[in-house]
Design a protein around this ligand. Structure first.
Ligand code: GLP
Length: 263
């Protein structure tokens, strides 16, 4: 794992976007992005959009696959992940909406929608760069604690803590859906590169468990320790419970020239 500790949230977005742009450059216009909802990656997406609009990153034929979607919330609902991805990814980055995919949480046959989603990812050639946030309970996507480490896209029941965390986006907690469709941990692990971003003190414990804890389904993000190309970009607050902070900072400060990010 590569762990990069930044002074603030804005810098997290800049560094994560620069890392993604570095990975995307040799892939070219047809890069396949894995995109996440939540507040964490918003700055990264804003910066990616800036790079794309400035002609520094070619997303002209890019595809995107979202991690997850609530079950039972219509596509146009402001809190549907369809809508959030449209606002934070598709429009600012100028992606062709036909190439932006979100699991269909409103399908009559949800298991079939999950299978179709896996097939669509495969048909696109797999995800090149998967962006992730992390839940305060260590979930990635909506893979709640005890998720199979090899799971595929499926229906999940949201943990009470996740519903409490996400209640801020709804009028009351009763409106937060109880179920979702989410890419599995196995699906996420198939991405060729993974970039996880986290900011703020509320993520400090989850980050410590994901990066330095044992690999366990109790902190689903810890499966990323098995990924060959996982980059974790955090601010000082989210890094607060890591034990090897000095090592991560020294490593980043002393990167060889060819690995340095131009930010
Ligand atoms: C949500 C999403 C995750 C996201 C996480 C953290 O429930 N399903 O993909 O990473 O919770 O959200 P935030 O970044 O707003 O803290």
């Amino acid at each position: 794992m590569e762990v990069i500790i930044c002074p603030n949230a804005k810098r997290v977005g800049e560094v994560a976007a620069a890392k993604a742009a570095r990975i995307a450059a040799p892939i070219g216009a047809k890069v396949v992005l894995g995109v996440a909802t939540g507040s964490s990656p918003v700055q990264t997406f804003t910066e990616l959009a800036r790079l794309a609009n400035a002609g520094e990153l070619d997303l002209s034929e890019a595809s995107a696959f979202a991690l997850d979607e609530y079950v039972g919330i219509a596509k146009g609902h402001p809190e549907s992940y369809h809508e959030i991805i449209r606002k934070t990814v598709t429009e600012p980055m100028g992606l062709d909406p036909a190439r932006v995919h979100v699991p269909n949480g409103f399908a009559d046959d949800l298991p079939a929608a999950c299978v179709a989603y896996e097939e669509a990812i495969k048909a696109a050639g797999g995800v090149d760069i998967q962006f992730l946030g992390v839940g305060s309970n260590g979930h990635i996507g909506f893979n709640e604690p005890t998720s199979s480490l090899s799971s595929r896209t499926r229906i999940k029941t949201l943990a009470a803590r996740t519903r409490e965390d996400n209640a801020r986006f709804f009028d009351s907690i009763d409106q937060v859906p109880r179920h979702c469709l989410t890419q599995g941990l196995g699906t996420i692990m198939d991405a060729r590169h993974v970039i996880l971003v986290a900011t703020g003190p509320g993520k400090a414990h989850a980050i410590a468990q994901v990066v330095e804890g044992p690999i366990t389904a109790m902190y689903p993000g810890s499966v990323l320790q098995l990924h060959q190309h996982a980059t974790i970009v955090v601010d000082e607050e989210a890094a607060a419970e890591l034990s090897l902070v000095d090592y991560y900072k020294q490593t980043y400060a002393n990167l060889p020239d060819w690995q340095r990010l131009d930010v």
